[in-house]
Design a protein around this ligand. Sequence first.
Ligand SMILES: O=C(O)CCC(=O)C(=O)O
Length: 286
Amino acid sequence: MLSSAIFNSPHVSTEAISQYREDGVICLRNVIDDHYVDLARQSIEQNCQQPGQFFRDHSETENANRYVFEYWTWPHTPPLSDLIFNSPLAEVAGTLMQTEHVHMVMDNWFMREAGSCSGAPWHHDEPYFDFEGSLCIVWFPLEAAPVEDGLTFVRGSHRWNQLFVAPEFSKNVPFRCEGERYSTVPDIDSHLSDYDLLSWDVGVGDCLVFDFRTLHSVTNKGAPAKKTQRRLTLRFGADDVIFSPRGEWTKEASDFLIDLGQKPGAAIDCSLMPLAWSRQRGEDCK
Ligand SMILES: O=C(O)CCC(=O)C(=O)O
């Protein structure tokens, strides 16, 4: 039972908060109106024409159809900046995490071209990023994503208190995560019935919101995508987030933040990760 001190918001009911806490993922319907979906489309188009420093191609080399993504594009992509700071998504994240403030930690779009057999393997987001604390990810498709084109989650895996090695997206080769904290991601695909799995038909305007510790993968990875699929993820951080560089495998990103003035071991305080929503002000922040 959630206490009466819980706050909710227009798109997030008390039941949704409870489900998010329990399952580590929730599907919210009709949260993103056409205007913001259009801004997301414009952003990806713009980034594809002028890929930046954090553009990555994770296609298998033998496959001509690409699986590509790029992150931290919002500072040079005005439509995305508009979406992040003016849409209801930061408030959705803040309400689900029950935090007073929400920082925009990272935007990240993905495009899986028709015919591509590449797709995100089972992973949780935590070991890829230099943060401790509460982070949630808002994921939404720019083309309707029926279950097979979407993501599948292991219900409640954010509460396992385990940290898994970050698999490399193209070949499912583990990054060299150092230290005993990291264990191998279980072979979920070979033991599907052992897991409580969650997936949804996600329409345009709907979003999935998940804890950065919840295990998930692209549902039909390995099978060719029937049509090109674009999706945007926004990673939002709560008040308790601390920047904590993980090791060699995240060094490019952590050095980038340190060069921008972010202090290791400190709360988020960096122009690349600004406040996106504040409960007290009851308004989006820029
Ligand atoms: O949508 C995708 O292709 C992968 C998304 C994902 O796994 C993530 O954001 O962590």
